[in-house]
Design a protein around this ligand. Structure first.
Ligand code: FAD
Length: 426
């Protein structure tokens, strides 16, 4: 059994949705494009799963957040794919890939062949078992990567209203889930080994603002230690969390957000890997010229900072996908991908954006006891990164523009004094 397509996108997440829209904008013909996804739903805006999806009142549900609504573009429902002659093969895992024969074998036994393959397999949540712990299968232990995880989290959350949740991990997932749990009237304790939350991005000063805000909402922080085991009841439900520092936290539910691992296993030994992802060039093309990689799984040259990076953020998934399609469909008119890293998060009434890089010295500015503040990163005499909480649209645009231009900064004290004004004047 087999089918053949000109273009196949492997993976049906954020990048796949934005690639599909770009393919139609550039004139793909009906029957030429196929998307294969393990998930049962057409591509959707994954960030919604830790935000609107978890709200107790009027939660976001599909079809409302199919791609590409996150970038204020068209909403691609299953009907849209049908109308555009794009084959959506959902609920189907690809179990092996043969880059020489240009074929993919699905778990249902079908062979799908391609002329051009776009790998958009994203990443999976790291499990406790990968750190030598156990308990992931307990019915009240939740992860959050896909729709099935989100539905499970919602059910568990609803079954322990007024109870205690322990959130393991102080990154994006931990922070956003903790906020959502609080909004659902669950008491939250966050546990992570670092000295402060969002350790890869936040400075101690920025982190302390968010931690204080979370504390004001009732969240308890236990830092500098990790989970050592769960206490289970006779039904295999977690009733308490034991930490390495000896403390024991009663728990009605646990949310684990301890990082992700790109889904590269199908391609090991066939494509060049780097930084845990599939190495691509500025056209998002892998070491095999018929194969492209985009989104969380791609390690691409970040022109602005002269090095290869793999980013785990939605904006990069959207833009790398579009760029790959442009490079495939109009190779002569498409240059190198020139991306400015952009991350954001929204929790409670807070909202921040970050652009660029966190190298060099940090200058904080603004009112850390108020609602608008930020930081600049200055490396080798140039602005390379900017963080802003509580900005207006114009202010966010200004820090983005300033970071992309990498203006020289001679006087750090003057930069601190000017604060947001510096970016607005660039
Ligand atoms: P994904 O969206 O993960 O899609 C990968 C797809 O490939 C999935 O559908 C998967 O099932 C499929 N797949 C994988 N292997 C196979 C296989 N063998 N066969 C078939 N299908 C396969 N980023 C931000 O910048 N801001 C945020 O606020 C933010 N919030 C987030 C909240 C949550 C809960 C999560 C999980 C992520 C969040 N992110 C956020 C990150 C962002 O969602 C990702 O960067 C983005 O989804 C990456 O897109 P992708 O297409 O590369 O991968």
């Amino acid at each position: 059994m087999g089918r053949a397509f000109v273009y196949v996108i492997l993976g049906g997440g954020v990048a796949a949705g934005y690639a599909a829209l770009e393919f139609t904008n550039r004139g793909v013909s009906p029957g030429e494009l196929c998307i294969i996804s393990e998930e049962p739903a057409a591509p959707y805006e994954r960030p919604a799963l830790s935000k609107g999806y978890l709200l107790p009142e009027s939660p976001a549900r599909l079809p409302a957040f199919h791609t590409c609504v996150g970038a204020n573009e068209e909403r691609l429902t299953p009907k849209w794919y049908k109308e555009h002659g794009i084959e959506l093969v959902l609920g189907t895992r690809v179990k092996s890939a043969d880059m020489r024969r240009k074929t993919l074998l699905t778990a249902t036994g079908e062979t799908i062949s391609y002329k051009i393959l776009i790998i958009a397999t994203g990443a999976r949540a790291l499990k406790l078992e990968e750190f030598g712990l156990s308990g992931s299968d307990a019915e009240n232990v939740c992860y959050l990567r896909d729709l099935a995880d989100a539905n499970r989290l919602v059910n568990v959350m609803q079954s322990c209203a007024g109870g205690n949740a322990v959130v393991i991990g102080g990154g994006y997932i931990g922070m956003e889930c903790a906020a959502s749990l609080v909004i659902n009237r669950i008491n939250v304790t966050m546990v992570f080994p670092e000295a402060h939350c969002m350790a890869r991005l936040f400075t101690p000063k920025i982190a302390s603002y968010y931690e204080d805000y979370y504390k004001s909402k009732g969240v308890n922080f236990i830092k500098g230690t990790v989970l050592s085991s769960f206490d289970m009841d006779s039904n295999g439900k977690v009733v308490a969390v034991n930490l390495r520092d000896g403390s024991r936290l009663p728990a009605d539910m646990v949310v684990v957000g301890i990082g992700i691992r790109p889904n590269t296993s199908l391609f090991e030994g066939q494509l060049t890997l780097e930084k845990g992802g599939i190495k691509v060039n500025g056209r998002l093309q892998s070491s095999n010229s018929s194969v492209y990689a985009v989104g969380d799984v791609a390690a691409f040259p970040l022109k602005l900072f002269g090095e290869t990076r793999r980013l785990e953020h939605v904006d990069s998934a959207r833009k790398s996908a579009k760029h790959a399609v442009a490079a495939i469909m109009e190779p002569d008119k498409t240059g190198e991908f020139d991306y400015l890293p952009f991350f954001y998060s929204r929790v409670f009434a807070l909202s921040w954006q970050f652009y660029g890089d966190t190298a060099g010295e940090v200058i904080h500015y603004g009112d850390f006891s108020g609602t608008t503040f930020g930081a600049y990163w200055v490396n080798k005499g140039h602005l390379v990164g900017a963080f802003l909480e509580g900005g207006t649209k114009e202010e966010y645009e200004a820090v983005a523009k300033a970071t992309r231009l990498k203006p020289p900064v001679e006087d750090l004290a003057e930069l601190e004094r000017q604060g947001l004004g510096f970016a607005l004047a660039v």
